[in-house]
Design a protein around this ligand. Structure first.
Ligand code: HEM
Length: 431
């Protein structure tokens, strides 16, 4: 990846150094930053006693969960089709969630074949606002976003189809990748092939066998997966008719889409295996018992990319329910009709039984995860503030997480009635 000094005019700061790699990717990063800020503002409003750290961590947890929901429930079935993952059961400490070589250097690079050579700019009615932008001008280029924002480009993505997964790549990727006035463009297909080899990936046939497909002695034996005879003939010429020699990325792209998804059988198998491992080996997977309360989880399940676009793009009025399908005038609905996450389930009192949230302490008895415990030194109470009034005491059996200087400032007088505040520590121990 080129250095960020390539950026025109400047790079945006993000957790991932690749966020500026092309303009529409920067738009997606911006969208999720906006979503984070939108949720944070709502949580602050719902829980006036939460401090900035608490708001940030809770928001981050929700956005992470929403991303997982969209990835596993909406995106993945579009990619690998009907043969999706078995139902989620529980966290499995024996599963290695590390990224497979075959996934990173070949199978998940199927996406390079989807990229369009140009990107439309559309208004809220999905009408063009100008000529489409050529991909070759978008690498590390934030000029358009700085001048016009992210709206037109994301509406363009909603209004357009991607290309199909096949052995063809957009010209901007094949000849003009990261080209600069002073340096020629690179070739992404060549980089992908080179990367697979430099990671020592076995040939295509080894992955076929690993995926339970027929051991192919020649490309004739791949006819069930590589249905197109021209593709088989080309591969046969390139690799001396030996599927053991074929690069995984090249032969994988030549396969016919399987199971109603958009990738072929071998890529589908590798992507499925990787996504299963990343899910089952994740201690914080959003569906894992105890990560969210039942009611919160029900809300997370309502999240969708369409709703996020509706909530964060200025002026947007309509969208297709499934953003992973190209929008037309027939499948778009008004944004009001797209369900979303109701954040009221994150109000401290609503989230009483949610792990890590504060519990109400009544008459010296604490209810922690449905168990009653007598208050001891270990359990601490904190006043909760709503509309400027103290209306309860909150406790935690872990590190107190409802402490807040703002709470003190707002409710200090009421809390003083219970115990004199220690000026150095902005929260009080009741017991
Ligand atoms: C205009 C769009 C895109 C551009 C310009 C682009 C470019 C690149 C480049 C330059 C690399 C590093 C190549 C190397 O040196 O090995 C890369 C890696 C990769 N790309 Fe893309 N890409 C794009 C879109 C996508 C999409 C849509 C997907 C998947 C859906 C994808 C998946 C990957 C993966 C999995 C890697 C390997 C990452 C790693 O190992 O850390 N890319 N891409």
């Amino acid at each position: 990846m080129p250095p960020n000094s390539f950026c025109q005019p400047d790079c945006f700061l993000a957790g991932d150094g690749r966020s500026n790699e092309q303009m529409v990717l920067a738009c997606m990063h911006t969208l999720f930053v906006r979503e984070h800020n939108r949720i944070a503002e709502k949580l602050e409003h719902l829980n006036k006693h939460w401090d900035g750290e608490k708001i940030y961590q809770e928001t981050r947890k929700i956005v992470g969960a929403v991303l997982q929901k969209i990835t596993y429930e909406d995106f993945l079935p579009t990619i690998i089709g009907r043969n999706t993952l078995p139902r989620y059961k529980k966290y499995d400490a024996n599963v290695d969630p590390g990224i497979l070589n075959s996934f990173a250097t070949a199978a998940f690079r199927f996406g390079h074949s989807l990229i369009r050579p140009t990107f439309d700019r559309l208004d809220n009615g999905f009408n063009p606002t100008g000529n489409p932008l050529p991909l070759r001008q978008l690498f590390f280029n934030n000029t358009f976003i700085n001048n016009f924002g992210i709206e037109q480009l994301l509406l363009g993505l909603l209004g357009n189809e991607s290309q199909t997964v096949d052995r063809q790549l957009a010209d901007g990727l094949l000849n003009n990748l990261f080209e600069q006035p002073t340096s020629p463009g690179l070739n992404l297909a060549a980089l992908n092939i080179q990367r697979g080899r430099d990671h020592g990936l076995p040939g295509y046939n080894a992955f076929r066998r690993g995926c339970g497909l027929k051991n192919a002695k020649s490309f004739r034996d791949t006819a069930k997966e590589i249905v197109n005879s021209k593709n088989r003939r080309l591969l046969s010429q390139l690799y001396n008719d030996d599927p053991n020699l074929a690069d995984l990325w090249v032969a994988g792209l030549a396969e016919t889409p399987a199971d109603g998804g958009i990738v072929g059988a071998t890529f589908g198998c590798i992507i499925r295996e990787q996504m299963k491992r990343v899910r089952d080996g994740d201690r914080f997977f959003y569906e894992k018992k105890g990560v969210f309360s039942k009611k919160q989880l029900n809300e997370i399940r309502k999240a969708s990319l369409s709703r996020i676009l509706c909530d964060n793009l200025k002026g947007i009025v309509s969208v297709q329910t499934d953003s992973f399908q190209a929008g037309t005038e027939y499948n778009r609905v008004s944004c009001d009709r797209i369900p979303g996450v109701d954040l009221k389930q994150w109000r401290s009192d609503a989230a009483e039984n949610s792990p890590g949230s504060c519990q109400v302490c009544v008459k010296g008895i604490l209810k922690i995860r449905n168990k009653k415990r007598k208050c001891t030194q270990k359990y601490k109470c904190f006043g909760s503030c709503r509309n400027g009034k103290c209306n309860g005491y909150y406790v935690s059996d872990k590190t107190p997480n409802c402490k807040s200087r703002r709470l003190y400032n707002q409710c200090g007088r009421n809390i003083q009635k219970i115990a004199p505040p220690n000026k150095k520590i902005p929260w009080i121990k009741i017991f």
